[in-house]
Structure formats: structure tokens, C-alpha cells
Write a protein that binds this ligand. Structure first.
Ligand SMILES: [Zn+2]
Length: 69
């Protein structure tokens, strides 16, 4: 009897990172998320996207509060 084993499953861990304080929040572990999945996942965890320069800045809930004050 001959056996051969290998790992064939790839699991993706997607984390959103606040551009201001660097706080990370896990969005998903498992399938690779679509771009829409990234956006919706971040928004669902109260992260937000602010226009900045030529792109967007990702802000966690705490940094959003700081911006208001
Ligand atoms: Zn932050």
C-alpha cells in the first residue's frame, strides 16, 4: 500500500487595517473575499472609507470619533 498526503486546502484570512492607528479586525477566515466582500465586511464592522488624496483612507470606529471632535 502506498500513500501520499498533501495539503490542498488554502484558507484566507482577511483583515481590515485602520490607516490611522493600525488597528486590525478580522473580516473573514476561509474563502478569499471579493472586492465587494472586503468593502461590505469592513463597513459591517463599523470601519469607514474616507477620501484622501488620490485614494481612500480606512478608519476604524475609534478614529472616526476622533475626527469628529
Ligand atoms: Zn484607528
Amino acid at each position: 500500500m502506498a500513500f501520499h498526503k498533501e495539503v490542498v486546502e488554502t484558507i484566507y484570512k482577511t483583515v481590515v487595517i485602520c490607516d490611522k492607528c493600525g488597528k486590525e479586525k478580522v473580516l473573514n477566515i476561509g474563502e478569499q473575499l471579493s472586492w465587494e466582500g472586503h468593502m461590505n465586511g469592513a463597513l459591517h464592522r463599523d470601519y469607514t472609507f474616507m477620501e484622501k488624496g488620490n485614494g481612500f483612507e480606512t478608519l476604524c470606529p475609534d478614529c472616526q470619533k476622533e475626527d469628529v471632535e
